[in-house]
Design a protein around this ligand. Structure first.
Ligand SMILES: Cc1cc2nc3c(=O)[nH]c(=O)nc-3n(C[C@H](O)[C@H](O)[C@H](O)COP(=O)(O)OP(=O)(O)OC[C@H]3O[C@@H](n4cnc5c(N)ncnc54)[C@H](O)[C@@H]3O)c2cc1C
Length: 396
């Protein structure tokens, strides 16, 4: 979209057909809303449900409702919309800007010396070779296209596993997202992650549970059991009924995938592992990295110098590296169930503390707050927690 808006000739290739399902929590924070506003998204469609903030709870008696903060750059509201509706509208907006969209078409690279020499497009029985000047790889967390170019995920970085399903609920019009911070397995053991119920405003809610790889039983996790245990323990007021079969997926996070730049290609979104480990949010980071990639390609084309693509790496590091370094430490810390429980139970007793935590988790700190040293102090405090925790408990 951004390249087409700047007058470039862009083709987008999608192997499915819009509107297509995408396994997701369907939750949009103010960061994602800002990107959608800039794209010209129509929030007045009936499928879009606005939310004022986040309700978090742990156990029976600890509960806090926090509104999205006022911010100089981001709006103070979020939303929920099924991905099939969100992505179909975004694709239409891109088309309006002049992007040619090829649906039902699968893309695979022809690689020569690390360069995408051509892209093979397969549609039905037919194939065709095209030779774009630049390629943006945006094929999601499995990223077969990216892997063919040599990208790989760092095994020492965390990853997430999540599942979601839709339920009917009389509270579907609620104007808060809800997250349960104290999730347990079937035996009552605490797990690092959270459960969510995101109201869609149409009589249904998106219910899901996400877990981080930083605890030792990670490999034995069964998402069906996790979902069942979470639904069973969810607050009665949701009165969940009529579930759809749930679907799961992997969350590639914390800038875990690289290289992100090649001679004539860039990797964005889940294909680059850009999900925020603090909260599992990936839509806004997919939009943001796509937009940064477009800017860099525009500059490279303008100057006739493809080496300028490497600025992408630098911009991503400037934008996210410190924040994600802090996030990696946080998810390492909460890999110890006792740390997760302590942080949750202490945090939920203090509204000012949780207001700050919400800003950190949703990446909504103002620039001066980031520079004030508070974040650095929190980082050092977390470092101390991780140092003291028994290192034998986690494999990282
Ligand atoms: C259970 C779950 C819940 C989540 N909840 C949230 C949430 O509430 N909020 C949030 O912000 N994030 C959430 N995420 C993360 C979010 O879904 C992703 O970060 C986001 O979808 C990344 O966007 P993307 O464009 O990079 O990749 P995707 O959305 O995966 O899009 C990739 C696209 O590429 C297409 N494709 C793949 N290979 C090819 C090919 N070879 N040729 C052509 N097309 C191809 C696919 O069909 C797909 O349409 C959740 C993830 C999971 C698994």
């Amino acid at each position: 979209m951004w390249l087409a808006r700047d007058g470039h000739d862009v083709t987008m290739v999608e192997k499915k057909e819009y509107p297509r399902e995408k396994t997701c929590g369907d939750g949009l924070t103010p960061r994602a809303i800002l990107q959608l506003q800039d794209m010209g998204f129509d929030f007045d469609v009936p499928e879009f449900h606005t939310v004022r903030g986040l309700r978090s709870y742990a156990g029976q008696d600890l509960k806090l409702e926090l509104e999205w903060p006022e911010h100089t750059r981001f709006p103070n509201w979020g939303g929920i919309i099924r991905r099939k509706d969100l992505d179909a509208q975004v694709a239409k907006l891109a088309e309006k800007e002049g992007v040619t969209i090829r649906q039902h078409t699968s893309a695979a690279p022809v690689v020569e010396g690390g360069r995408v020499a051509a892209v093979e497009l397969s549609e039905g029985d037919g194939t065709e070779l095209v030779e774009p000047d630049y390629v943006v790889v945006a094929d999601g967390s499995l990223s077969r296209f990216g892997r063919a170019l040599g990208t790989h995920r760092r095994r020492d970085y965390p990853m997430g596993l999540a599942a979601r399903g839709y339920f009917d609920s009389p509270l579907s019009d609620d104007d808060f997202m809800e997250s349960q911070l104290d999730i347990r397995d079937a035996n009552g053991n605490a797990m690092p992650g959270y459960g969510w119920i995101f109201p869609l405003g149409d009589g249904t809610v998106n219910v899901g549970v996400g877990l981080l790889s930083t605890f030792k039983q990670w490999k034995d996790v069964n998402t069906s059991d996790m979902m069942a245990a979470y639904v069973e323990s969810s607050p009665d007021y949701w009165d969940l009924s009529n579930p759809t079969p749930h679907r799961g997926g992997k969350l590639s996070m914390a800038l875990s995938v690289g290289p992100r730049v090649g001679p004539n290609w860039l990797v964005v979104g889940d294909a680059a592992g850009t999900i925020n480990p603090w909260n599992g949010e990936g839509i806004s980071y997919a939009y943001e990295t796509g937009r940064i990639a477009a800017g860099v390609i525009g500059e490279a084309k303008g100057a006739g110098d493809s080496t300028l693509l490497h600025r992408y790496d630098q911009i991503l590091d400037d934008e996210y590296a410190d924040y994600y370094r802090f996030a990696r430490l946080f998810v390492k810390a909460i890999g110890y169930p006792s740390v997760m429980q302590t942080l949750t139970h202490v945090g939920l007793r203090s509204k000012p503390l949780m207001e700050w935590v919400l800003k950190v988790m949703a990446n909504l700190l103002e620039e001066d707050e980031q520079e004030s040293g508070v974040s650095e102090a929190a980082y050092r405090a977390l470092e101390a927690v991780v140092r003291r925790a028994p290192t034998s408990v986690v494999e990282l």
